[in-house]
Design a binder for this molecule. Structure first.
Ligand code: THU
Length: 161
């Protein structure tokens, strides 16, 4: 038996204003898109904004369903849309925000494991890292340079071989 260790580096931003300009643009777009979340069951609205290599920004929001498992998270809505409409165009950055319906305060929300798995496969397919930004605590955002940093152990497509 060996004891192993894993650590990651990430940047912590104490305020929204201290985020890099490009990320603040993503933040503004993601917040605007929160209104498009369809979350009548959880009342928890999530929005993910992605910036593509051509500079375009696209947002996805969570879309729930009365048959609960049929709903879809914001991150996957965004990435599947981009993959469908803009195949081959690389994703540079993804930023995630959340709030309770009827409120304006952004809440901490880390992409769920399923979304990280999908984000990871997008990163692998394009062969270039995707920066990931989300709110970790009530005050600030964090930025990781790569999806892989958020998912050190994952289901690897190579397992299917
Ligand atoms: N949700 C997301 O959109 N992204 C995540 O990474 C975690 C959870 C949504 C799913 C559901 O509509 C609501 O948040 C409550 O779980």
């Amino acid at each position: 038996m060996r004891k192993m260790h894993h650590s990651i580096d990430y940047l912590a931003y104490d305020s929204e204003e201290s985020l890099p300009l490009e990320s603040r643009e993503l933040l503004n777009r993601a917040v605007l898109a929160l209104d498009n979340a369809y979350a009548p069951y959880s009342r928890f609205q999530v929005s993910a904004a992605v910036r593509l290599e051509n500079g375009h920004i696209h947002c996805g929001t969570n879309q729930e369903n009365a048959a609960y498992p049929s709903g879809m998270c914001a991150e996957r809505t965004a990435l599947y849309f981009v993959g469908s409409e803009y195949p081959g165009i690389k994703v540079k950055e993804i930023l995630v925000v959340a709030r309770k319906e009827g409120t304006s305060q952004l809440l901490p929300a880390c992409p769920c494991g399923g979304c990280r798995q999908v984000m990871q496969e997008t990163e692998d397919r394009q062969g270039e890292p995707i920066s990931v930004i989300f709110k970790l605590e009530s005050s600030g955002f964090i930025k990781l340079d790569s999806v892989a940093d958020t998912l050190p152990f994952r289901f690897d497509p190579a397992s299917l071989a």
